[in-house]
Write a new protein. Structure first.
Length: 255
């Protein structure tokens, strides 16, 4: 069977459908091996059996198909995962099978298949886009965001993880509107804050600004269009959300 023929039997998941799982306890170990093994790991996890989230037939051909990583680097990346005991090859030959090794008590990250398969032919899947940055920490952070996000509660990443604060325009007291006080806020007075356990894996205390690696990866993900800031009006800094806001100009509120 040629690589192209094998590719027809690998990666049959439909675009825009389904989820796969990654063990968060194993994910930092994967990313420590480099960007290629991290991308290969995600592709192989995407191809796992939905019953146990660990048995997969997806190999180097599927990695090449979805990430555009050439076949031989993809094979090398899988070997690195095997050598690190993060993947075990259970069946050899032209139709290999693998076991994704889990921790004793897996902590699951639920990921949409579209991270690997993409949503359309016109838009590269996120793993392709982040592979181009050659930064495994950026990919690690992107996947970790799915563990932290709280769509039901905050509509995205919780404020306890990361937030951007727009300060009131200096010298402007605002105006009264019925029972309300309308205050102007400035885009030029923006402070970004990352918190606690969410940012901790990406800090480098050897640097003058330990948060520099975190914000480098965060802003890369943002520049790729994979995340975005949505301004919201709160009753207070530690209060509740009133409603989302626009950012001025031609941009409208995201509701």
């Amino acid at each position: 069977m040629t690589n192209d023929e094998q590719g027809k039997s690998e990666g049959k998941k439909k675009k825009g459908q389904g989820f796969f799982f990654v063990d968060r306890n194993q994910w930092p170990k994967v990313c420590a091996l480099g960007i290629n093994p991290a991308v290969a790991y995600l592709v192989m996890c995407c191809g796992t059996n939905g019953k146990n989230h660990s048995t997969t037939k997806w190999s180097a051909t599927a990695v090449r198909k979805y990430s555009r990583l050439p076949f031989h680097p993809a094979s090398k990346a899988i070997k690195q995962l095997i050598d690190a005991k993060l993947i075990t090859q259970t069946v050899a030959g032209k139709k290999p099978k693998y076991q994704v090794e889990l921790s004793k008590e897996p902590s699951w990250i639920y990921l949409p298949n579209t991270i690997v398969t993409g949503i359309s032919k016109r838009t590269p899947p996120p793993i392709q886009q982040i592979l181009g940055t050659n930064n495994p920490r950026t990919l690690q952070l992107f996947i970790d965001m799915y563990y932290w996000h709280d769509l039901d509660g905050t509509g995205g990443l919780p404020l306890a993880a990361v937030y951007s604060e727009h300060l009131q325009v200096e010298g402007e007291d605002g105006c009264d509107y019925g029972a309300y006080k309308v205050l102007p806020f400035s885009k030029d007075r923006e402070t970004n804050t990352a918190m606690g356990e969410f940012a901790a894996p990406y800090l480098d205390n050897r640097l003058k600004d330990p948060f520099e690696p975190f914000w480098e990866s965060f802003n890369t993900i943002r520049s790729l269009g994979l995340i975005e800031w949505i301004p919201h009006l709160f009753t207070a800094k530690d209060g509740i959300v009133i409603h989302p806001c626009g950012t001025g100009g031609e941009e409208s509120a995201n509701i």
